[in-house]
Structure formats: structure tokens, C-alpha cells
Design a protein around this ligand. Structure first.
Ligand SMILES: [Zn+2]
Length: 436
């Protein structure tokens, strides 16, 4: 069972105060067994910390009260609080926060809850259903950011003259390139069309694919075309698309594509338009970390530069080793942490943050996490939603990211513009980006 250390408390407070006052605020901290005292000017802010209730929190049986969400409709839990709707009380110069915001924030940011499951089941893919976010029903709320915003409103009341410069929210379209050419080599034309006809059983999709197949023989492939289209669409709206390319060999869940002249042309096109070119680490890198560097070097040779941003294929993530592998290989930003089966806030935040190295009890030095909020496959197939429901969920999460002043990180694959995904692309992705 993980024990929350004093270093972990300091790390969590630093994050909460960065959300509260992005332009910085100086404070000192005294950490006790049951409470933390934060001193700011003449005020003392008391934050309870329920270290002994850590396992109750993870099990889903911790007591909580509901407080109003600050990023949208609905409520969020305030753990171990006694009264509903009250975040803090004031007694002279002492302010007492009514529940523990430090423990749940640390669990969400550090992902230490994944450690418990990993140790019990040896899982590499932590399921959303096991998370405290799903157990207590706050997966759709950036709960850590909400606590930070509550601290902000408290500080504003204590110190009306306090200058707060809010963060500007950002929309970041990202695109994992799991496959770069649908009809390469040309013999794939037959297998691919047969899949449309016999497995998808759609004449409409098959005829669209047939037109693309013919076009691929002399002009462009749907997947390289999609890279250019996504790039132009983002640029037109003032966003910068990020494309993550794979270097894995063909095996199992890795397509293992070649960088043909047509593929390189699409990469150059994106590069010239100012897109970010990054690395999509193969499925097997979580078990075989030695593959990471080989694959990364192959991608770097194709894109003609160092790759420092990216994501794990299939969002495969092992809390014990994946971050370490990224840090050791000189990566600056990971954007893996969303769930395959559920949209929402896996880390409880939409802000970029330094992940926590649970083994050495300190944050990682170089690597930052920029959590993934929405993925095309989650809403279009895993969740069994209608397009209308999908749009509603994506728009709700986007609006909350904006209110939380964070990053709305969306993953839309270059394979998600055709082959039955046309309407999802147009009525969800394009619509939501236009409305940001
Ligand atoms: Zn992938």
C-alpha cells in the first residue's frame, strides 16, 4: 500500500496553487500527520489530510459531501467533509478547508492508484472502472483543477487585491499515425475492399473505398491525404496539429508501415505547415523497453528531426515503467493518459504537469504529461453512442477544459475520416473544433 510522503504533499500543493494562481504566489508549508498548514501573508490555511483513509478512498467507500462544480453543471465530491456545499470556513486569520483535497489530487496526478491494481493483477492497461474517478462518478470533471479553482476563489476573498492572471485554454489536435497508407502495397486493395464488403457489409463504404483505391494508384492514398487535410483544417482554425508516427516492425497489434515517397511527402507537407511531428511508441514497448529507442530512431530518420512529443500506441501504460522509459529516452511530453474505453479526465486535470516518480519519491525532471481527454474510437465505437450523444459529451468536456483554463487534447486518427467514420469526423470533430 502506497503511503503519501511529505514530498508528495509538497508536489500536490505546488500543482494546486499553480492552477489557483498561474502567475505564482509565495507560501510556506508545515506538514503534520493530520493537517497541513499553508501560510500566505498573515493567513494560515489549514488543509486536512486523511493519510489513514487512503485505502478507503481507493476502495470507493470513503465518505464525501458534494460541492458545486466550478467548470460546469453538476457536483464534485469533497472527501471526508462534514457539510454539503461548503469548501472552507474562516475564523479570524485562520481558514480551514472542510475536506481533504490533497490526497485525492495526489492519487489522480501521480496515478498511484494504478500501482495498487498493477500489483494485484499485473495489468498493463488500467481499466477506467477501477479508478476512483469512476467509482465516485467524477470522470467527466477535472477534479484537481476544480480544487485549484476553489482555492483561487478562497484566496480572492481573503486578499481582494491579489493579482491573478488566468491561463489561456488551448485546443491541441493530435493524430496517431497507426497506418500511413491504406493501399500500400497494392495487394492490400483486395483484402481491404473484401473487409468492407464482407465484414463491414456496407456497399456505401465499399464503393467509397474502391474510388480511393483507384485514386491511390496514381494520385493519393486516403491516409496520407487525411494527414494533409487534418493539418490544413487545424491551421485554418488557428490550431497546431500534432502527428505521432510509428517505427514499430510489423507484428501483432503494430501495423509496421514503410516510409515510402508518398508518406514522406505527407510528412514534409505537415512540417512545412508548422505541425508538430512526434513519436507513437509501439504496442510492445511497455514489455520490451529496448524497442522504444529503435522505433524512435526509425521515426526520427523519417521525419528528419528529434521526436520529443508523443503517445503510446493503444494508450498502453504501465505506471511502474512507462514514464521512466520516456524520461530515459529524452522525451519531453507524453499524451497517453486517457482511457480507451471512456472519455474524460484520467489524471483529474487538463493542465500539463510533471508526472511523479513513485519509486524515487520526486517528480520527473524532464518529462511532462499532457492528458488525453477525447479519442475518436472511444466515442465512435467503444461507448456505443449516437453521433448526437458523442457530440454532447465531447462539447461538455471541451467547455470544462476551457473553464479550467487547461488543454483540450483530442486524438483523431488519420484513419478516422473515411470508412464509416465520415459523419463522426464532420459532425463531432470538425464541429467541436470550430466551436472552441
Ligand atoms: Zn495507435
Amino acid at each position: 500500500m502506497y503511503v503519501i510522503t511529505d514530498n508528495a504533499v509538497k508536489y500536490t500543493l505546488k500543482f494546486l496553487f499553480t492552477v489557483a494562481v498561474p502567475n505564482g504566489i509565495s507560501y510556506s508549508v508545515e506538514i503534520g500527520e493530520k493537517a497541513i498548514a499553508v501560510k500566505i501573508k498573515e493567513y494560515t490555511i489549514l488543509l486536512p489530510i486523511m493519510r489513514e483513509e487512503y485505502s478507503a478512498l481507493l476502495s470507493g467507500i470513503a465518505k464525501y459531501q458534494k460541492i458545486q462544480s466550478l467548470t460546469g453543471e453538476g457536483t464534485i465530491p469533497l472527501f471526508f467533509a462534514r457539510e454539503k456545499d461548503i469548501f472552507y470556513t474562516i475564523d479570524g486569520k485562520t481558514v480551514a478547508v472542510c475536506g481533504d483535497i490533497v490526497t485525492p489530487s495526489f492519487v489522480m496526478l501521480s496515478r498511484c492508484e494504478e500501482l495498487e491494481t498493477y500489483e494485484a493483477d499485473g495489468l498493463h492497461d488500467f481499466p477506467a472502472s477501477q479508478s476512483i474517478a469512476c467509482k465516485y462518478g467524477f470522470i467527466d470533471y477535472p477534479i484537481v483543477d476544480e480544487y485549484g479553482l476553489y482555492l483561487r476563489s478562497m484566496l480572492k476573498r481573503l486578499m481582494p487585491g491579489l493579482k491573478i492572471i488566468p491561463n489561456k485554454p488551448k485546443l491541441i489536435p493530435t493524430h496517431d499515425i497507426d497506418d500511413i497508407e491504406r493501399f500500400k502495397p497494392p495487394k492490400r486493395i483486395f483484402t481491404s475492399l473484401a473487409t468492407d464488403l464482407f465484414r463491414l457489409k456496407s456497399l456505401k463504404i465499399t464503393s467509397q473505398s474502391a474510388r480511393w483505391a483507384i485514386r491511390s494508384l496514381y494520385l493519393d492514398d486516403p491516409y496520407t491525404h487525411a494527414i494533409k487535410y487534418l493539418c490544413d483544417f487545424s491551421k485554418r482554425l488557428g490550431f497546431v496539429s500534432e502527428f505521432y508516427f510509428m517505427g514499430a516492425a510489423p507484428y501483432g497489434f503494430d501495423r509496421g508501415y514503410a516510409y515510402s515517397k508518398r508518406a514522406i511527402d505527407a510528412i514534409r507537407y505537415a512540417d512545412e505547415k508548422g505541425a508538430v511531428l512526434g513519436f507513437h511508441a509501439g504496442y510492445y514497448t511497455t514489455e520490451r523497453p529496448e524497442l522504444f529507442l529503435q522505433e524512435k530512431e526509425r521515426v526520427e530518420a523519417a521525419i528528419g528531426r528529434r521526436a520529443i512529443h508523443g503517445r503510446q500506441h493503444y494508450l498502453r501504460f504501465n505506471i511502474k515503467s512507462t514514464y521512466k522509459m520516456w524520461e530515459n529516452n529524452g522525451m519531453k511530453t507524453d499524451s497517453t493518459l486517457g482511457y480507451n474505453e471512456r472519455e474524460g479526465y484520467r489524471c483529474g486535470t487538463c493542465h500539463e504537469f510533471k508526472p511523479y516518480d513513485l519509486q524515487s519519491d520526486e517528480p520527473f525532471k524532464v518529462l511532462s504529461e499532457r492528458p488525453l481527454i477525447i479519442m475518436d474510437g472511444t466515442i465512435a465505437s467503444r461507448r456505443n453512442l449516437t453521433i448526437g450523444q458523442g457530440y454532447h459529451n465531447v462539447k461538455t468536456l471541451m467547455d470544462r477544459c476551457k473553464k479550467a483554463e487547461g488543454n483540450f487534447v483530442v486524438l483523431w486518427h488519420n484513419t478516422g475520416l473515411t470508412r464509416g467514420m465520415d459523419e463522426w469526423f464532420k459532425d463531432v470533430y470538425c464541429k467541436v473544433l470550430t466551436e472552441f
